[in-house]
Design a protein around this ligand. Structure first.
Ligand SMILES: C[S@@+](CC[C@H](N)C(=O)[O-])C[C@H]1O[C@@H](n2cnc3c(N)ncnc32)[C@H](O)[C@@H]1O
Length: 243
């Protein structure tokens, strides 16, 4: 991480447009999480504006969350039902929420928000402490694709409209497996910067983190519709089980 970027930076900057940029979680994802959680309770790491947690809670599941960004949680609180979800403020690396969970999940690449291998390994170990025996940890993440980068960088036009342009500028450090990105929104009113810094890991490395935490891979899907995971998959949903 550079010293101006910490666990709350992404959320605090992006909260104002997050729900506009990201569509609602698909019903298949909500149904799968509900199914995996059984009687609950469930805990979401990086709950954000409640895009996943709110529809899940609406199905009758007891859902808790952790988030470091006050601005994101304020958006959650402002939505119907958002006031009744217990949210712990802080860094989810510690998994510092009280509870004896049947399911802990981290959606939408948010596991990679932990900026080092050490933090990701520590998070797994803490997840294992918060799960009841037989409990599950679900990670939804992209499969790294280093061909995106040319000489360690990429600049691309994500969206070009009549009144606005959205660009992505990223640099890649292969030694730390970190990417440093800005989403740049240019309008007649000015320029807005939405930074995001990630530490990616391949599925095999995440499996090893699970093993270190005493967990094992139970299932891996290629997407939220439970499509089989193959060499062509660009995302994965991996479900780890505590014995
Ligand atoms: C990409 S958003 C995902 C929000 C929600 N899970 C969803 O799918 O819409 C990532 C969220 O994780 C939070 N976050 C990122 N790193 C964090 C950390 N280390 N500790 C706690 N929250 C973190 C951000 O504030 C943000 O709300």
């Amino acid at each position: 991480m550079d010293e101006q970027y910490d666990e709350s930076t992404y959320g605090d900057r992006v909260a104002e447009i997050y729900d506009e940029w990201h569509p609602a979680a698909p019903p298949e994802m909500i149904a799968a999480l509900k199914d995996l959680a059984g009687a609950g309770p469930a805990l979401e790491l990086g709950i954000g504006t409640g895009r996943v947690a709110l529809p899940l809670a609406a199905q009758g599941l007891d859902v808790h969350g952790i988030d470091a960004s006050e601005a994101m949680v304020a958006k959650l609180r402002a939505k119907p039902g958002g006031g009744s979800i217990p949210v712990t403020a802080g860094n989810f690396v510690e998994v510092g929420a009280g509870g004896d969970y049947s399911l802990i999940f981290v959606a939408f690449n948010t596991f990679f928000a932990l900026g080092s291998q050490e933090e990701q390994v520590r998070c797994f170990a803490n997840v294992a402490k918060r799960l009841r025996p037989g409990g599950l940890f679900l990670i939804e993440a992209f499969v790294p694709d280093l061909t995106r980068f040319t000489r360690g960088q990429i600049v691309q036009a994500v969206q070009v409209g009549v009144d606005e342009v959205k660009l992505e500028a990223s640099r890649h450090d292969p030694l730390t497996q970190r990417t440093y990105s800005q989403h740049v929104l240019i309008t007649e009113g000015g320029v807005k910067l939405y930074p995001v810094q990630l530490r990616y890991a391949w599925p095999a490395e995440i499996d090893l983190m699970a093993r270190l935490a005493g967990m094992r891979l139970r299932e891996r899907w290629g997407d939220r519709r439970r499509t089989p995971f193959t060499a062509a998959s660009i995302n994965h949903i991996s479900i780890y089980e505590l014995p």
